[in-house]
Write a protein that binds this ligand. Sequence first.
Ligand SMILES: C[S@@+](CC[C@H](N)C(=O)[O-])C[C@H]1O[C@@H](n2cnc3c(N)ncnc32)[C@H](O)[C@@H]1O
Length: 270
Amino acid sequence: MNFEEFWTRGDVHERVKIALKEANLLEKKLEIEDLFPLDQYHARGIAATIELADKLNFSKNSTIIDIGCGLGGPARYFSKRFNCNVYGIDITEAFIEIGNYFNKLTHIDHQVTLLKGDGEYLPYQTEFFDGAVSQHVTMNIENREQFFNEAFRVLKKGAIFGFSEHGLGTKGSPIFPLPWADNEDMSFLKTPEYTKSLLKKIGFKNIKIISTGEKYISGYNSLLKKGQSNEKPTLGIHVIGGDSMLERSKNSMQSIIENRTYPFEIICNR
Ligand SMILES: C[S@@+](CC[C@H](N)C(=O)[O-])C[C@H]1O[C@@H](n2cnc3c(N)ncnc32)[C@H](O)[C@@H]1O
């Protein structure tokens, strides 16, 4: 399975189309909120995006980059909440296509632009952005130094950078398959201490680490409860992640409980 196949799991366009139809969302004018159950592709969904946004507090009319933006759900949220312009970049072409379609459906395409590309080689000028965000992407990035160097390069001096990831826990060896990787070939976990020292070496300042493990465990628990009952919703993370999403989420939760992984957010300044 290649990278694109891992993320799309067959015909993700078709699954999204069916889900929107079954949820009766194709017959009305959509707000970005209507898509939250589908387009926040990370642990705890929109709740985690809102909490990260509280810490980032982007300025009105600022220009923000979302690196590894997925379907653009967080980008749309930041744009609406802070009235700012967001450029999202993601390596999975199908996600960018669906994300730009969602931008049109929610009439936010004048403020949110999504582009296919690699977060390790950002197609933007130096010191272009007022802020950057990246949720649950770095677990797939082997060359972290290159990825963070690029974030540093495109940010203006003093700009805020916030990201979240599943870091490596004290026990190591996470249980596969996981939401971000079926095996070790795609998963490159680092301890929060390593990440902090790398960011410092690159030149980031005011680096704060916030543990998110407890919140993730309760988020995964409610996802699993819903998934195992008959109340499985029409819209949900399973539409994008496919049938194996439940098993992968369970492994992610168990990996946190056994200290194999250590999820955290980092907030810092360029
Ligand atoms: C768990 S999803 C998170 C998507 C989005 N940040 C969100 O929270 O809804 C991880 C995303 O990282 C993207 N990704 C992985 N490696 C990447 C890279 N080198 N450059 C850009 N995107 C990447 C994947 O395509 C996928 O969309």
